[in-house]
Design a protein around this ligand. Structure first.
Ligand code: A2P
Length: 283
């Protein structure tokens, strides 16, 4: 496993295991234990995934020292605002029950983001959270908030894969040394992406599958990647990307797959309202 150093000095495993849409009360517990057994040391959850309890329980039961596992969770929209965020952070800490959270993100950048960020900065200063970051910030939203933030986000977790390489955003994020975390890093397993001639050619050359080539590309680009899989073999092989390297020329060929378009546009009208009504987090 390779590690990435964040702008606050903390280290994070370059490949993490995401638990979006995996139910609580069993399935997430089993999946996280299986991932830890397979070698993952970075688990990505969120209040709005409704499975923080299972994540915490699996980490506690794993027998692996707490400090060797990196756990991310995220604040949901209903908890934006200073006082609300304090409650949201306390709720995540209680549900995870791991003493502290390694990384906590503003999941969706709408509403009182500034107040929420202040509460997150305080929780970091108090040692409840080790690193703080944001998610789904487009270049427009980034420019609206980040210049005013005292603590610069350690990460911005956004959609990223070879067809959507976030060039403008990454240039902006370089200024604050904020690392990009990729959701949908495999384009949701899109066959058109996985069968791109360059990817197929590199898979043959290195004796890897198409997904592994994509993940290797992302890690070499300095991206922290969160591939999702429910297939035990792919869960394992998606970690097996550290025994080969793409050449500079191959990286250039992969960069040429960028179309500049993804599935999610955080700036689109109605997105905030749609997300706001999507989930209610209960105590
Ligand atoms: P499966 O669960 O059967 O492994 P993303 O991470 O971009 O959301 O993509 C997830 C999708 O990609 C899932 O449908 C998953 O299917 C598939 N997938 C995961 N790993 C690989 C891989 N190494 N090669 C091809 N498809 C993969």
């Amino acid at each position: 496993m390779e590690y990435v150093t964040l702008n606050d000095g903390n280290k994070i495993a370059a490949v993490g295991f995401g638990v979006f849409m995996i139910p609580n009360d069993g399935p997430t517990y089993d999946a996280v234990l299986a991932a830890l057994k397979a070698g993952y040391r970075h688990i990505d959850s969120a209040a709005a995934y409704f499975n923080e309890e299972d994540v915490g329980k699996a980490v506690r039961d794993s027998g692996i020292p707490r400090e060797e596992i990196f756990v991310t969770s995220k604040l949901w929209l209903q908890d934006h605002g200073y006082e609300e965020a304090k409650k949201g952070i306390a709720r995540s800490l209680r549900k995870l029950d791991l003493g502290y959270i390694d990384l906590y993100l503003i999941h969706q950048p709408y509403g009182d983001v500034v107040g929420a960020w202040k509460a997150m900065e305080e929780a970091k200063a108090e040692g409840k959270i080790r690193s703080i970051g944001v998610s789904n910030m487009s270049p427009t939203i980034w420019k609206k908030y980040i210049p005013g933030f005292g603590t610069k986000p350690a990460v911005n977790q956004v959609e990223f894969n070879p067809t959507f390489q976030q060039k403008e955003l990454r240039t902006l994020m370089t200024e604050t040394d904020t690392k990009l975390e990729a959701w949908y890093p495999l384009g949701q397993g899109d066959k058109t992406l996985l069968s791109q001639p360059i990817i197929v050619k590199l898979a043959e050359k290195y004796g890897k599958n198409a997904g592994q080539i994509i993940l290797r590309f992302e890690v070499q680009e300095g991206v922290i990647t969160l591939p999702k899989s429910t297939n035990p073999e792919r869960i394992m092989t998606n970690l097996d990307i550290f025994d080969f390297s793409l050449t500079d020329e191959e990286i250039q060929e992969m960069r040429a797959l960028d179309t500049g378009k993804g599935t999610h546009n955080p700036d689109a009208p109605g997105v905030e309202e749609m997300l706001r009504s999507a989930f209610v987090i209960k105590d």
